[in-house]
Ligand binder design. Structure first.
Ligand code: CTP
Length: 389
């Protein structure tokens, strides 16, 4: 839990303010201590009482209210916070911040704050793309400000375009990222995840049970720890994490060529994907008619991990081994035959770990050592794997 961390949440009068109720609830549940400043216009859209109740903290709205004497409120709030997040940030508040204006409690506190301020922007497309707004964003990019960019979609003004506030999940993840130590900064990491597929005819294909959860967890953690992450993945059951470069593929050849484009510059390749081991010998251009005892001839696919294991120079190559018996022996064979630095072995016959669940029980195998890890959430397994880099 993050109960040591204090977040100062600034709320301005964007129509997307309703999303911030959800965001606030997520932050509280994750253990952050929240203190809130709402602009006067924001209080016309949602009552401070809503945020007071959800955040279980104070909501400040007025710079000049009576009843506080010992502390100068905006200076003290700025001192207390570990992160200052403003969501939504209207382009008006953005403009004031960019120009050093402190005409209300929120903007005055920004002036008194010397750590990172995160600005989650939202406005109508024309307002977001106005040269004045762009100039203001550029100005702040050189200072201690981080942006959570607005997204494209249907806007409150009924237009479709850029300007939607990022979803609460994304803003929450950006907050979480901020507090993780950036010990992988400067590292280029390629992570593969999920299944590939092999087409049989125009309507059918073969694939496997990989959910992508393990690879996604590794990509998310690597990004949080400051690495430049490319996540290459097949059709997965969960949404890819925010942050990494996200490349969606279907077939083994696409997986290989996307890795190939980046491999020379990579520090590490982590192959958590489950590429199809076989393809049909002959793809049928027409839909195969239903019949009894249909026999499909399958031929072996190229081993992508082996290809990059043999190609590697300075890169660290980490593979997975999904096994149902003789876990250690089979994994060690894969380590050797695919020339990996590490193999992460997991027993996929268990229903509590491996395929399609949130936990995993793995053994980390190198030429020197075998470490058997206990059952733990995949996100924690991800950290153990990344510690190898
Ligand atoms: N892998 C790969 N290309 C393939 C098959 C597997 O790159 N065509 C990689 C996987 O991403 C994983 C590792 O090889 O990192 C081991 O995959 P696994 O399915 O456990 O074993 P296989 O090598 O396919 O061998 P087997 O199915 O015989 O256990």
């Amino acid at each position: 839990m993050n109960n040591e961390k204090k977040i100062l949440l600034g709320i301005t009068s964007g129509i997307a303010i309703y999303k911030v109720v959800d965001l606030c609830s997520r932050l509280v549940k994750a253990g952050y201590e929240i203190e809130i400043i709402m602009t006067e216009n924001a209080t016309k859209m949602i009552s401070p009482l809503v945020f007071e109740t959800i955040s279980r903290g104070k909501v400040h709205t007025d710079m000049f209210h009576s009843g506080h004497h010992e502390e100068v409120e905006h200076i003290e709030m700025a001192r207390r916070a570990d992160l200052f997040l403003i969501a939504p940030t209207t382009v008006n508040t953005l403009a004031k911040i960019a120009n050093g204006i402190g005409d209300n409690l929120l903007t005055s506190t920004v002036l008194a704050y010397d750590k990172t301020v995160m600005l989650a922007l939202s406005a109508n497309t024309k307002m977001i793309e106005n040269p004045a707004t762009i100039e203001n964003i550029n100005k702040l990019q050189d200072r201690n400000f981080e942006f959570i960019n607005s997204k494209s979609g249907m806007l409150a003004c009924n237009n479709i375009g850029n300007g939607r506030l990022a979803e609460p999940e994304e803003i929450f993840e950006r907050v979480e990222d901020y507090f993780v130590e950036k010990d992988l900064k400067g590292k280029n990491i390629i992570v593969t995840a999920g299944p590939t597929r092999e087409d049989v005819d125009p309507v059918r294909y073969i694939t496997n049970r990989s959910s992508g959860k393990m690879g996604f967890a590794i990509a998310k953690k690597a990004f949080q720890r400051g690495a430049n992450v490319t996540l290459i993945h097949g059709d997965c059951k969960v949404s890819p994490p925010y942050g990494p470069e996200n490349i969606r593929i279907n077939y083994n050849h696409e997986l290989k060529s996307e890795i190939e484009k980046r491999f020379d510059d990579a520090d590490c390749l982590i192959m958590a994907a489950a590429p199809c081991d076989f393809r049909v010998e002959k793809y049928s251009e027409n839909k195969i008619k239903t019949k009894n005892n249909l026999i499909l001839n399958l031929v072996e696919n190229e081993d992508i991990l082996k290809y990059f294991g043999e190609k590697k120079k300075e890169q660290m190559v980490i593979g997975f081994a999904a096994e149902t018996f003789d876990l250690h022996e089979n994994a060690l064979k894969k380590l050797e035959s695919k020339n990996c630095d590490y193999i992460i072995a997991n027993d996929v016959s268990s229903s509590t770990s491996g395929f399609d669940v949130d936990d995993n029980k793995v053994s980390i195998i190198s030429r020197e050592d075998t470490i058997d890890m206990p059952l733990m959430p995949k996100i924690q397994v991800a950290d153990e794997i990344l510690d190898l880099i």
